[in-house]
Design a protein. Structure first.
Length: 349
């Protein structure tokens, strides 16, 4: 006698075909999110009952808000800054019996909007977000006004009524560039991300302000645009230092750019700090493994994740007080990557 073949589990695709609707419509009807017309919803329910469809209980619990899950949308999870924060958020949430869903926006505003819509459809308990842009944040305003607990980290944006944790990027960059100026540097290059990201804008503002306050011109030829990746920073550094009368010092706006700059300078046969002085924004492991060690603007990264979770859990517990804004100061850590220029070296790079 032939062995009986086990019956295949009924899927949403099967239910959709039997009800003559799209899979998306069937999913909305079965999981109770989004709009579905009354007639279509009835056909889906009848088809599911007839076929013996058993839904994904975990997905249903998510959508009904029965599972303690918080969503985190960083700019780029490959950036050590966000990787550190993600680790801390996960650790703190698990202590309170919550779980974490992470989805990187890759610094793309449209992708951020789509990810947040998906997380809201899953009915997560709250959202922690590093906004990809200083503008176009209607989706964040809507999420906050609808009552979803929302904490913005790293980047404060105007008009979103929620808790915010940021860093004093402007003054951190100002202190770094002023330190270079104090060591005799006047041709100070910068590698920056010419984007809508708030942190990049604030750090570039600090760079410009330090030059202006010292009576130095802000020269476009000393400013190289790079995406926040090692590869792009390598290309930007080579462009910057291949020109005549090159900079004597370089300021980079994040750790990935600093890494790229170091690799590029080495490939060009330029030594730090003998040929080029270097200061980077954001401390990172490589900064202390190099010889010399790199002078950096340090952020209190270890405090951001735990504070974000505390704020989030307060809101989940029902705290409806006014939005809170915590802005951490930065700290310039002086190491060995900056040399003092003599009058001769100022004119003979």
């Amino acid at each position: 006698m032939a062995e009986k073949t086990p019956s295949r589990a009924v899927t949403i695709k099967d239910v959709a075909a039997a009800a003559n609707v799209s899979r998306a419509t069937a999913a909305r009807a079965l999981n109770s999110y989004g709009y579905v017309g009354e007639a279509a919803a009835l056909r889906v329910a009848e088809a599911a009952a007839r076929l013996g469809y058993r839904g994904n209980r975990v997905a249903q619990a998510l959508r009904q808000g029965q599972m303690p899950i918080v969503g985190f949308v960083p700019g780029d999870i490959q950036n050590p800054f966000f990787a550190h924060i993600a680790h801390d958020i996960d650790f703190e949430l698990r202590r309170s019996r919550h779980s974490l869903l992470i989805a990187s926006s890759e610094e793309d505003l449209k992708q951020e909007q789509e990810l947040l819509d998906s997380l809201c459809a899953l009915n997560v308990r709250g959202l922690i977000v590093a906004p990809a842009s200083a503008v176009g944040n209607d989706h964040l305003i809507r999420i906050a006004e609808e009552g979803m607990p929302l904490v913005l980290i790293d980047r404060a944006v105007t008009g979103v009524p929620c808790d915010v944790i940021s860093v004093d990027n402007d003054n951190g960059a100002y202190e770094a560039v002023s330190y270079l100026i104090g060591n005799g540097h006047q041709r100070i290059g910068v590698i920056h991300d010419d984007s809508r990201i708030v942190t990049a804008q604030e750090r570039l503002t600090g760079y410009r302000r330090a030059l202006t306050d010292s009576g130095l011109a802000v020269e476009p030829r000393l400013m190289a645009v790079s995406q926040s990746t090692v590869e792009h920073a390598i290309d930007a550094t080579i462009r910057l230092f291949s020109q005549p009368n090159r900079p004597t010092a370089l300021f980079t706006l994040d750790s990935l750019m600093t890494t790229g700059a170091l690799l590029a300078l080495r490939s060009m046969g330029l030594s730090v700090p003998q040929d080029i002085s270097l200061v980077g924004f954001d401390d990172f492991d490589l900064a202390t493994f190099t010889d010399p060690q790199i002078t950096v603007v340090s952020q209190p990264v270890g405090q951001i994740g735990p504070l974000a979770v505390r704020m989030m859990l307060d809101r989940i517990a029902g705290d409806d007080s006014a939005p809170r804004h915590t802005r951490f100061p930065t700290r310039l850590i002086v190491r060995g990557s900056v040399s003092r220029l003599t009058e001769r070296s100022k004119t003979h790079p």
